[in-house]
Design a protein around this ligand. Structure first.
Ligand code: BTN
Length: 333
């Protein structure tokens, strides 16, 4: 999405969406009058929002309507629901990538508080692992990045992303009654379809303390038409939950869950999370292939106390540090 957006445009779009948020049809002339701009300008803003992935229709001679009602992110509501002593949560309307935003601040030497978060309504350059694009349409998902100084140094980063996976899974299970599976090292699944992913990026030194940015992308209500842009089966949390999901409530809950998990990880390491991860391991005891690191095939035996994947190859267990796991197709007899 190569869309250049000026600050004034952001304000107008946000106001425009406040009129459309409940999913009713609103006429172009009413919108123009309320916002003090021309109908042609309204049409341009609608085009921009569509380009940002929002499902919004122009209905001839009637006006505009969202495909589904949305609750916009609201900084005041998020703040009200934060647990005591939590660092600030910054809300950006549209950004390149919430991870990039935190990394930039670290590079510029801006002081960040432990557990500080940036969330956005849309990302124009959302990043996934292995250089993939993370599809980040407006208003429908969660784009969340948290800053954490990692006192154990860079070697702890692997366990850390698994701990975050467990924390997110436990929160979603508890709040929404869904069954969440985890795919080593960073993927979150429901019923075999990808719900979200975690991207841990490092800034700073490699031995002593280093700074990490933990990015979480979670599909809440990904528009159907965008799922074709994604190379694998994906799902949205709202498909599995009856009541409307309020991102303004979920965001502070995620911050708290992550900070608690990271604090425990800092004190006890990964060992305490091993069982929780293995109970949710998507490929436990299944025949898998590893690519991207050492190319290997074997039986997945979960993770060990350091967070490495344990692969059984010809009866021998090996620890895998990096790579992508996929199910090995059954050999035809
Ligand atoms: C994956 O490939 O599965 C990881 C996806 C991580 C996406 C999130 S969205 C918030 C943060 N900002 C980014 O640009 N990426 C992460």
């Amino acid at each position: 999405m190569a869309v250049k957006i000026l600050p004034h445009t952001l304000m107008v779009q946000r106001q425009l969406l406040q009129y459309l948020a409940d999913g009713q049809v609103v006429s172009g002339s009413y919108l123009a009058e309320q916002l003090g701009i021309s109908r042609a300008a309204i049409a341009k803003h609608i085009d921009l929002l569509q380009a940002l992935g929002l499902d919004i229709y122009a209905i001839r001679a009637k006006g505009y309507q969202l495909a589904q009602p949305i609750t916009l992110l609201d900084a005041a509501q998020i703040r009200r629901q934060q647990a005591p002593a939590m660092a600030e949560i910054w809300l950006q309307h549209i950004t390149d990538s919430t991870n990039t935003q935190l990394l930039k601040r670290l590079q510029d030497g801006q002081p960040l508080s432990k557990g500080q978060v940036i969330v956005a309504e849309a990302q124009t350059a959302g990043r996934g692992r292995r250089g993939n694009t993370w599809v980040s349409p407006y208003g429908s998902n969660l784009y969340f990045s948290l800053y954490w100084p990692l006192s154990q140094g860079i070697q702890a980063a692997m366990g850390l992303s698994l701990v975050i996976g467990v924390a997110v899974a436990e929160l979603l299970e508890h709040q929404f009654g869904v069954e969440v599976a985890l795919k080593w090292p960073n993927d979150i699944y429901i019923q075999g379809q990808k719900l979200g992913g975690i991207l841990v990026e490092l800034a700073g030194q490699s031995h002593a303390q280093c700074d990490v940015v933990i990015g979480l992308g979670l599909n809440i209500a990904l528009p159907e038409r965008l799922t074709t842009d994604i190379q694998q089966a994906v799902t949205s949390l709202q498909h599995h939950v009856e009541a409307p999901i309020d991102r303004n409530q979920l965001i502070p809950a995620l911050q708290l869950a992550m900070v608690q998990a990271l604090t425990a990880f800092e004190l006890q390491g990964f060992r305490g999370y091993m069982t929780a991860f293995n109970q949710r391991d998507m490929y436990r005891d299944q025949a898998v292939s590893i690519k991207g690191g050492q190319a290997l095939s074997g039986i997945c035996r979960g993770v060990d106390a350091t967070g490495c994947l344990v692969l059984e190859v010809d009866g021998q267990r090996q620890s895998i540090f990096a790579g992508e796991v996929s199910l090995r197709p059954k050999e035809s007899s």
